[in-house]
Design a protein around this ligand. Sequence first.
Ligand code: HEM
Ligand code: HEM
Length: 308
Amino acid sequence: MKFESTPYNPWHHRVAVFVAFLTFVVIVAGALVTSEDAGLSVPDWPTSYGHILRLPPWVGGIVYEHSHRMIASVTGILTIVIAFWTLFSDRRRWMKYLGFAALATIVIQGILGGVTVLNFLPPAISTAHSAVGQTFFCIAVLIAVFTGRRWVEEAPSPIADNGHPKVLVLCLYTIAILYLQLVLGGMFRHRGMSWWPHVVNAVAVALILTWTSVRALISFPRIEAIRRPAALLLFTLMIQLLLGFAAFLTRVAWVGTQANNPMVISTVAHTSVGALLLAISFVLTIQVWRHAAVTRTQEVPEGRTIPA
Ligand code: HEM
Ligand code: HEM
């Protein structure tokens, strides 16, 4: 991946950035569907009240559920455009695969959305819909990064990471613990599990994310492509912890499960910023992978070590 490149194509990049942005809007809309308890207000799928194109009655929870479906459909159509555009215009073979991986992911996502509606929102399927949705968002953000001018035109000169564990390994821990947190949060939010595993795991999330970003900032202070997502990760983590407490107060401690404004705002914000945190971790990981040389050490007969 490191040595292959392609000419910068500004419109391909702009559409990719737009798809990533639109996916974030879909995530906020989806989180509103859950928080407003509107998941079953349109009971059929793939049709909405028997029609594909005609609007259902624009009242109550239908507004949230059908808006979510409509913006998701536009995102799906634009993903088809990106996949074929990449196939025909990008020289990097792995990018062509990534475009179609994005397409496959959004198709699975749409089907999961339908399956959860047709089965009356089973917690595991609603949580899978949430996790696959965030994964699609991360892929869309990565496609936007990979089509950017910086990525295609700059030849990186990797700097050695001599720390232990490597920052790249810490980044992978970050992604893994965030997925666990997403599943625990999703299972609680969709009434399949108690709240405490999510809140306990938040301590591990906070420690690992802080460790990763501080190590990245200390090890690569002069590489902007790493410094920016590392600082952003730390900042977004703080916001997410505050939103987590707000979600906990409004959802668990104060009012139970009735929809009300503070609860809707804090839980939608917490779910959506969770998606941002995951996407920032993916961007940091890919930039560390690009800019940090993974040096291995090798034993020599005298017992000294030399870089491989
Ligand atoms: C781009 C495609 C899509 C993305 C990224 C996406 C993402 C999301 C997200 C992030 C949530 C919130 C989960 C939560 O708050 O815990 C959600 C909820 C939901 N989505 Fe989607 N979604 C997509 C497409 C669809 C489609 C096509 C349907 C069709 C029925 C659908 C149906 C639902 C339903 C019913 C919920 C509420 C689930 C519940 O309350 O248990 N989604 N979606
Ligand atoms: C940085 C660490 C955290 C991350 C990444 C995170 C992420 C998430 C995500 C993604 C969801 C929604 C899952 C879904 O349905 O898609 C969620 C739900 C939730 N989280 Fe967190 N969370 C974190 C910390 C916390 C903390 C510290 C608390 C409480 C003190 C908390 C309380 C909650 C609650 C109450 C919900 C469910 C909201 C609802 O019922 O609507 N979270 N979290």
